[in-house]
Design a protein around this ligand. Structure first.
Ligand SMILES: [Zn+2]
Length: 801
């Protein structure tokens, strides 16, 4: 629930709907209109919702017609002579003030408004109507109401189409959970339209942001997102907690690739009398029937769902209203019937599964058991995690039933015409499935044809280009690397197993997916079809990525993501950074330190690449903004920061700890959080326990403030002199830092190499960690000999320019 999307979308399409109280309520909300009789000329009204403050100074206020006994929407218009209104939002912490400033140029939102549309399920109507007697000039103006209703009804409809289910959920559960949702769509001169939300089902209830388009791509820029000040320790009702367990799914993949499924799952909540529950499912899926404890239940899907095509596997939410309210602490059996196009044909019997983690109703990843039965055309193969309990072919159909032998967070599946390479090593079975053919997008293209001599008759007949003009295509065999991939991945599992403990499951299926990406699910990896092709002697970072990094990264998610998981979007970076750095550790071990350094260098250059505003990509925002970094400010930032800076953060911690302590820390992380969630704060505490004794910054507070919660990549310069002091030597150095915000204090290693001793011992290395500051910092090291070499940070110990 914490991951419920906050964002209004402004598209509404009509679909036929079933009947029932939830359906009727959602429809009433969508079809709601303004009540011209409830229009007021107002002065000096206020509308406060926790930290959100509206001052409706001078204008009109019109309410929507009542729904379930009261208005759920209102519009304020400042369209009168000297009309005005204002909205004020002050984020309570530095990070969110800075995030806001990166979008609107100032740390607090204080904006004049032309108009605002409010949606509410709490007591906002009462609080507004009570203010009418405050000023003798406040009065009802039905004649204006008619004009305003005509002008604003289309806007109200448009917005209601996005909020109908959210409002219905609150209103229908009202008797047992305090309805408390609030949303505002604001029209201002400076920022056109933007939105503010208060969602009690989110841990951070308050958000403000805006839809923007950049180079043809639409973003929802989250300006700021934080917990209401009064919510420390939780709002009255707190986020809705619903436990889903014991999934039993029976699915059929038709030859048309349509997926039809029946999912049974146990549902438990701590709230007694809950009437309506929300679920997520891929947008491609349409629900046809839901039962709860064997009784038909009402369900309402979103109206603006776009089905078909590649919608990037996005989730949509729908409501289920059981015939009887749920009882607290009781496991209720939910059964969902649904179907949709979750698989796309990429050509030549290569398939693309669009709905990978959300092809069944869910509420985000929850650790539970799965029992999965798939029926599919016999000439295809379907893979999903788990031991095979049943596998038979009847007529044109093949049926396979699998059950992972322990709880997992989500179950994926893949399908194709596969060849296999299997390797069993160290108690783990690796099964690499490869497509027998290459999808057309990956086939080498002939070079552009040379201009043909104008031989009239041939052209006139429309003859094809003669073959002799293009060289024969190099043969691409997606299966050539299969055996090697299987033994490589077994090696990766073995390496990581030796460092972190056993993987999520004792087997791993690796299956292809068209596209330039991969995904690691428990027991199942989706690996880019490019990675199957391989690059002999890959050296360019792009080649290293597809040739090796991607598969190791996805393999590492068997620990980071499949076992321990992130507590929220602000912690998601941890899973990616740990998976990616684990991949780099493996490449370091198998290919040498040079590969690790080359990738770190690649990430460094990417982070320092200038955005259109002249700032490095790194400056777009701190890593803890998570998916919010994928914004119109710098769409490349999410990737560069999450993977690149994330890897640097883990690498810098490793150098601070030393390898032995570093690997102990990773093993301890899995021991402590292996079946649960971890926050960025938990990770800081854990990491600080593994610093060497008497370390600078022993709680890693400065480290996290600078690299995790902040931005900035310093330039560092070392100068030094060496002086004889009796029988010993003194190294006096100065470390100068620049190009970072005031207060940044990079901690950098200075490596001092002493000459070989007279007894022939190896050169001695002394590492002195020096904390840089706004002003140059001087330091002294007492040495028994004159140093042979003094180097600032020779091993990428600090991310710098
Ligand atoms: Zn990943």
């Amino acid at each position: 629930m914490a991951r419920r999307r906050l964002f209004l979308t402004l598209v509404a399409v009509s679909l036929p709907m079933a009947a029932g109280p939830a359906t009727d309520l959602a429809r009433a909300i969508r079809e709601n209109s303004l009540d011209s009789e409830a229009c007021y000329r107002i002065r000096d009204f206020t509308l406060f919702k926790e930290d959100i403050r509206f001052y409706l100074t001078d204008g009109y206020l019109i309410f929507s017609k009542p729904i379930a006994g009261r208005p759920v929407a209102a519009i304020f218009s400042a369209d009168v002579e000297n009309g005005s209104g204002e909205v004020i939002l002050r984020p309570p912490n530095f990070a969110e003030r800075r995030a806001l400033a990166s979008y609107i140029g100032r740390p607090n939102l204080d904006e004049g408004l032309q108009a605002a549309v409010f949606f509410f399920t709490g007591d906002q109507y009462q609080s507004l109507i009570q203010q009418i007697p405050n000023n003798p000039t406040n009065r009802r103006v039905p004649e204006m109401g008619a004009l305003l209703a005509e002008k604003w009804n289309p806007v109200l409809h448009n917005l209601s189409g996005s909020l109908d289910l959210r409002l219905s959920l609150d209103l229908l559960n009202g008797p047992v959970r305090q309805a408390d949702f609030f949303a505002a769509a604001i029209q201002s001169t400076r920022w056109n339209n933007f939105n503010i939300f208060f969602d009690p089902d989110n841990v951070d209830q308050i958000a403000a942001g805006q839809f923007t388009t950049r180079k043809g791509r639409t973003f929802f820029d989250v300006w700021t997102h934080f917990a209401a000040r009064s919510a420390k320790g939780g709002v009255a009702s707190g986020p809705l907690r619903i436990d889903l367990s014991d999934y039993r799914i029976s699915a059929t993949v038709e030859p048309s690739l349509n997926l039809t499924a029946v999912t049974k799952v146990k549902v438990k909540t701590a709230i007694d009398g809950l009437r309506v529950l929300p679920f997520d499912i891929a947008r491609e899926m349409a629900i046809s029937e839901v039962t709860v404890d064997g009784m038909p239940a009402e369900f309402v899907e979103r109206e603006n769902t776009v089905r078909g095509g590649i919608t990037r596997g996005e989730s949509s939410f729908f409501l289920v209203m059981p015939a009887a309210p749920l009882r607290a602490g009781v496991e209720h059996e939910f059964e969902f019937h649904y179907s949709g196009k979750a698989i796309v044909d990429a050509g030549d019997r290569v398939f693309y599964v669009t709905a990978r983690g959300n092809w069944y109703p869910n509420l985000g990843p929850q650790l539970t058991t799965f029992d999965l039965t798939f029926r599919y055309p016999r000439d295809l193969e379907l893979v999903t995690p788990g031991e095979v309990l049943e596998d038979r072919t009847e007529g044109e159909w093949r049926t396979t039933r699998r059950r992972p032998n322990g709880p997992i967070r989500m179950a994926g599946f893949n399908l194709g015409d596969y060849a296999h390479a299997r390797v069993s090593r160290g108690g783990v079975v690796v099964d690499v499935c490869g497509n027998r053919t290459v999808e057309s997008a990956l086939r080498p293209r002939p070079p552009l044809p040379m201009p043909l001599p104008q031989t009239g008759p041939r052209r006139g007949r429309g003859a094809p280009l003669p073959d002799t003009l293009s060289p024969p295509l190099p043969l691409v065999d997606p299966l050539a690397r299969l055996e090697r991939l299987a033994s490589d991945i077994a090696g990766m599992l073995e390496f990581m197993g030796s460092k972190f403990g056993p993987p999520a499951l004792p087997y791993l299926t690796v299956s292809p997916i068209p596209g330039n990406f991969g995904q690691g699910y428990p027991g199942l990896i989706y690996l880019s079809t490019r990675s199957y092709l391989g690059y002999a002697g890959a050296s360019r970072p792009q080649e290293v990525f597809f040739d090796e990094l991607l598969e190791v990264h996805e393999t590492a998610h068997q620990w980071w993501g499949a076992q321990v998981t992130s507590a929220g979007y602000r912690d998601d970076w941890l899973m990616e950074a740990l998976a990616n750095y684990s991949a780099l550790l493996y490449l370091e071990k198998t290919k040498g330190r040079r590969v690790l350094d080359a990738m770190l260098e690649e990430y460094r250059l990417e982070l320092l690449t200038r955005s259109e505003n002249g700032e490095p990509i790194d400056a777009a925002g701190p890593i803890v903004l998570g998916s919010r970094l994928e914004s119109s400010l710098e769409p490349r930032a999410w990737r560069a920061v999450t993977y690149g800076k994330g890897s640097w953060i883990i690498h810098m911690l490793r150098l601070r700890m030393g390898d032995e302590r570093f690997f102990s820390m990773l093993a301890e992380l899995l021991k402590r959080y292996g079946r649960g969630e971890i926050t960025t704060g938990d990770f800081r505490t854990l990491a600080s326990e593994f610093l060497p004794p008497r370390s600078d910054d022993p709680k890693l507070e400065a480290f996290f403030d600078q690299w995790v919660y902040g931005t900035g990549i310093p330039a560092l310069k070392l100068t030094y002199t060496v002086k004889a002091k009796g029988m010993r030597w003194a190294l006096e150095g100065t470390l100068t830092q620049s190009e970072v915000p005031a207060g940044f204090e990079a901690l950098a290693p200075v490596e001092i190499q002493l000459p070989r001793g007279r007894d022939g011992t190896q050169p001695r290395l002394i590492t002195k960690w020096v904390r840089a500051s706004d002003e140059p910092v001087t330091f002294t090291v007492d040495l028994p000999q004159a140093p042979a070499k003094v180097t600032l940070d020779p091993h990428n110990g600090v991310l710098r320019r």
